[in-house]
Design a protein around this ligand. Structure first.
Ligand SMILES: Nc1ncnc2c1ncn2[C@@H]1O[C@H](COP(=O)(O)OP(=O)(O)O)[C@@H](O)[C@H]1O
Ligand SMILES: [Mg+2]
Length: 383
């Protein structure tokens, strides 16, 4: 993948700094003295390099990651997990219209137009990709690329990623990074303290789900590793009392049946938190709470938005903003979303994570969202 280097791990070494290990496939390219940039265009000079055999036991020689010691040129440590020789404009990749191959999918029209003001944008057929074929349309792109479109199951993303890679198009998140934040069990342990207590099973089965929550009492919600059926709140999402096995089994059963083939992973049960309510959804009747969608790019908050209303980030205090930044710093992917909800007691909790490429903008305007990439680049040009 040419001049894009993935960071695998970081080791702080006293008095020397941070050793970043990167995938070996590129090691021949990097030399001491080279200048590399992170996703925020912070520059670093390669000060030292070493093979990390002693850290990895009997890994074959050509699979051993290489460790590089970096001297920061602009005072920061590497943000995100990507280093490049030059941070060129990032490309975007959208799904095409199912009938008109060279047009964007109707639902992404606004985003495609906004992105196109500053970025090369290509299209591909989601339907073809579902059966393992990559069909690209629109502008020719290569290098670092962000996909904006429908959610993919991890297997499909893996296939998509590697077929694009063969064409020199490198998606911002590796399949591993995608999966970690797309599936609840991937991120849960890292953020247990900040989210509601959760259990899951792997079979998509009512009995094993009830078993996983055997010691629980009180209200729960049911979902799979990715999605809920929140718009069918009372019959396939909300469980008023988990210890009422008959009713709980009914709601979980409805959820499993209605997800059908679309069920991802297994059944997830989450303890219900009383959230600060702001109304009810006009069509489905599900309760609406004060919730925020935060896009996190290369370890920092990129954009915050109210999930349900156009009241852009209004209810977040400075202190809370700092808390959100501290969460952003702990994220091990280049581009994710985190949804936050306000509890009745006024504190914020994490509702769920998602991969940034497949999360909707909600109330955020496309011009604002894509403008953020521009603002970042202009800052880079100046600094
Ligand atoms: N544990 C919970 N306690 C209270 N409300 C919840 C809980 N889990 C989900 N909800 C509500 O249901 C909505 C949908 O849940 P979420 O986990 O975000 O599923 P989805 O992936 O379908 O958006 C949330 O936005 C929130 O309003
Ligand atoms: Mg959600």
């Amino acid at each position: 993948m040419g001049d894009i280097f993935r960071i695998l791990a970081r080791f702080k070494i006293d008095e020397r700094g941070i050793i970043y290990t990167i995938e070996n496939s590129n090691k021949a390219n990097i030399r001491i003295g080279d200048i590399l940039f992170d996703l925020r265009n912070n520059g670093f000079r390669v000060k030292g390099m070493e093979m990390l055999r002693r850290l990895l036991g009997d890994t074959p020689m050509d699979e051993i990651p290489v460790g590089i010691l970096l001297e920061p040129l602009s005072g920061a440590e590497v943000m995100g997990n990507i280093l490049v020789r030059e941070l060129k404009n990032i490309n975007f990749l959208f799904c095409n219209h199912p009938l008109y191959q060279k047009r964007v999918d109707e639902d992404y029209k606004g985003e495609y137009q906004a992105a196109g003001l500053d970025h090369a944008c290509a299209l591909f057929s989601f339907e073809d990709m579902e059966t393992g074929t990559l069909s690209l349309y629109g502008e020719e792109i290569s290098g670092l690329t962000i996909y904006r479109g429908w959610m993919m199951k991890p297997e499909m993303y893996r296939d998509f990623y590697s077929k694009l890679e063969e064409r020199g198009i490198i998606l911002i998140n590796t399949p591993k990074e995608y999966e970690k934040y797309h599936l609840l069990p991937g991120w849960y342990d890292d953020f247990k303290e900040e989210t509601t207590a959760t259990v899951w099973e792997k079979q998509g089965n009512v009995k094993s789900a009830l078993l996983a929550a055997a010691s629980w009492e009180g209200a729960c919600i049911v979902k799979d590793y990715v999605k809920s059926r929140k718009h069918e709140w009372y019959d396939a999402c909300f469980i008023p009392e988990i210890s009422d096995a008959v009713n709980a089994a009914k709601v979980i059963g409805n959820f499993i049946d209605r997800q059908g083939e679309g069920l991802v992973g297994g059944v997830v049960l989450r303890q219900f938190e009383r959230l600060k309510q702001i109304g009810f959804h006009e069509r489905s009747g599900m309760p609406l709470s004060e919730e925020y969608r935060v896009f996190i790019y290369a370890g920092k908050v990129f954009a915050v938005d109210d999930y349900w209303t156009e009241n852009i980030g209004a209810g977040i205090s400075d202190e809370e903003y700092q808390w959100i930044e501290s969460i952003a710093k702990r994220v091990k992917s280049n581009f994710v979303t985190v949804d936050l909800a306000r509890k009745e007691d006024g504190t914020l909790i994490i509702m769920e994570f998602g991969d940034g490429q497949v999360s909707g903008l909600q109330q955020l305007k496309p011009e604002k969202f894509y403008g953020m990439f521009r603002q970042r680049r202009e800052r880079q040009k100046r600094g």
